[in-house]
Design a protein around this ligand. Structure first.
Ligand code: ATP
Ligand code: MG
Length: 413
């Protein structure tokens, strides 16, 4: 027997029965983000590998372990593992710093990471995200966080937890990194292998470790004291306080989490995540923060920015699926050519209309109409002779005769 080819591990078909929830998530995004002044941008799915090693950071798990990289014509290319780097590349390449600030861009689409697939974690997954360029004001941070919570509300998710933290600027963070390294030095041998590797290159990332033995180490009083110390400089603190004031002013609830450092290298000052209690281990639906140095680091004009990305599979898991919609009209007729023509006319008049290709028996057609449509339009011998249509409202059972060209009145029955 011929072998069946299956979908790849960590990837999924989004089937017609599920696609309506995806469409509604995307429609809501377009509607709400437009209200906040965002324009959609669509960047390519693959980019130069260097964009991610320089943009996301070569000490991150994404770049070290998770990228789908391949060669073509001696160029190293990578399927995008996230979309901030691609949007920043496009921002620079298209001179968007010359546009009036802030420049607000949003995106949706597939991302690719070679991870261990599990519930809420795939190798091809989808994100919707926003990036706001050109303002270092704390109100910009607050607005993107508010936009995230408003988006989640618009899709019916109210009981999520917003966690925030400030990573300071590169200057004040340097000292914090040193102190974290110092206090963890005696524990070095007890850290997990990943943390041992991060210790030199990216010590803040240790705090994000999900391994229980590492988490226990961070709970030790002398270590916890350093983690919880107020390391950020006066300017960064003032910025952070203002962000919190803006959130409080519009009643966006949040909790501060000193261990929130985020996986990507590019963040400065504000970072945040939005979590759900209903997702098990993969509980983050949204992650983001400020990245004031990334545009410059990738060769652009010095441009502050702030943004976030949400995992759409995790959103789909949390939202209630809307019931599958019925079509407007099913044409019931044993005159296939005339039924075909009438169906075309109905579609041209704006209806979602179907008829039976197989010209099955009248009763079979009626059964299908009841299951799949709100109205049945009968086109039989009498109707053809009298140039009219018999219309039945399948929800109320009211039935009426209309003249053949009176299609606009079908829904009034
Ligand atoms: P995690 O800690 O869950 O690995 P992350 O910090 O790697 O998340 P980000 O890069 O910030 O995630 O991406 C933002 C959001 O995208 C996450 O909060 C999550 O909802 C979603 N996401 C990330 N990786 C995956 C994946 N492999 N499969 C499904 N969704 C994902
Ligand atoms: Mg990850």
């Amino acid at each position: 027997m011929t072998q069946i080819i299956k979908v790849q591990k960590g990837t999924k078909d989004i089937l017609p029965t599920d696609v309506s929830v995806w469409q509604s998530l995307e429609e809501k995004a377009l509607e709400l983000f437009t209200k906040y002044g965002y324009k959609e941008i669509r960047t390519p799915i693959f980019e130069a590998t260097e964009l991610f090693s320089r943009g996301v950071g070569d000490t991150t798990d994404i770049v070290n372990k998770e990228m789908y990289t391949f060669e073509k014509s001696e160029r190293s290319l990578t399927l995008r593992p996230e979309n901030t780097a691609g949007v920043v590349r496009s921002f620079i390449e298209n001179g968007m710093h010359r546009l009036p600030a802030p420049v607000k861009l949003w995106y949706k689409g597939p991302m690719f990471r070679y991870e261990r697939p599990q519930a809420g974690r795939q190798r091809q997954f989808h994100q919707v995200g926003v990036e706001c360029f050109g303002s270092s004001e704390p109100v910009a941070d607050a607005e993107v966080i508010i936009l995230a919570t408003e988006y989640l509300k618009s899709i019916g998710l109210n009981d999520l937890i917003v966690e925030i933290n400030s990573l300071g600027c590169p200057e004040c963070r340097e000292d914090y990194k040193k102190r974290i390294k110092e206090v963890l030095k005696p524990e070095f041998d007890n850290l997990c292998d990943d943390c041992k590797a991060r210790y030199e290159k990216n010590p803040l990332r240790l705090l994000d470790c999900k391994v229980d033995s590492c988490k226990e180490i961070f709970e030790k009083p002398e270590i916890k004291a350093v983690i919880n110390s107020d390391f950020i400089c006066d300017e960064c603190r003032e910025h952070y306080e203002k962000v919190k004031e803006y959130l409080n002013a519009v009643n966006v609830k949040f909790v501060e989490n000193k261990l929130l450092v985020r996986g990507l290298d590019y963040y400065t000052r504000t970072v945040f995540e939005i979590k759900s209690n209903n997702l098990g281990a993969q509980n983050a639906v949204c992650g983001g923060g400020r990245y004031d140095n990334l545009v410059k680091q990738l060769g652009g004009e010095d441009t502050p920015a702030v943004g976030w990305a949400m995992g759409m599979e995790r959103l789909c898991y949390l939202v209630d699926f809307p019931p599958e919609k019925k079509s407007d009209i099913f044409v019931v007729s044993n005159y296939p050519e005339q039924a075909f023509e009438l169906t075309q006319k109905l579609r041209a008049a704006g209806y979602v209309a179907e008829f039976d290709f197989a010209n099955k028996k009248f009763n079979k057609q009626l059964e299908k109409a009841v299951k799949s449509a709100n109205y049945a339009v009968f086109l039989g011998e009498d109707e053809l002779k009298n140039n009219n249509l018999t219309v039945k409202n399948l929800n109320t059972s009211v039935q009426k005769t209309l003249s053949y060209n009176d299609l606009q009145n079908i829904k009034n029955i």
